[in-house]
Ligand binder design. Structure first.
Ligand SMILES: [Zn+2]
Length: 129
């Protein structure tokens, strides 16, 4: 191996390091974009007695407990889906409903007069993975 070849190998090492750094930055950028995009895409609207208590983005895993005048409901958001993970209501229909993620779907806790409704962009349903 002569000197020019050795120099080329050294340069290619730097090249790959730079390429890796750029790829890592692009990857991180994509993940951040994806997360923010999900956040703006869909929301879970929590209503009690017809009044909106809060709106939670489905792109962010979280858990909230709502203390209504009739009882307790814990709303959980995980993997872009929302569910009522706990309720002290009599019929447990809200808990049994499970997870919802499609726009227009809702979970109703009739005893507590609490509803969880998914709102947002409907066209995000069409995603080719
Ligand atoms: Zn319930």
């Amino acid at each position: 191996m002569d000197k020019t070849k050795a120099a080329a190998v050294l340069k290619s090492g730097v090249f790959w390091a730079v390429l890796f750094a750029v790829a890592a930055a692009l990857c991180a950028g994509y993940l951040i974009y994806k997360k923010t995009h999900q956040q703006t895409g869909r929301f879970a609207v929590i209503n009690v007695k017809g009044e909106t208590l809060t709106t939670l983005p489905l792109g962010e895993d979280t858990e909230y407990t709502f203390f209504t005048e009739r009882g307790v409901n814990t709303v959980m958001i995980k993997d872009g889906k929302v569910s009522v993970s706990y309720s002290d209501c009599k019929n447990q229909i809200c808990v049994d409903t499970g997870s919802i993620s499609h726009v227009g779907e809702s979970i109703i806790c009739a005893p507590h007069r609490l509803t969880v409704t998914v709102t947002g962009e409907t066209d995000t349903d069409v995603v080719v993975v």
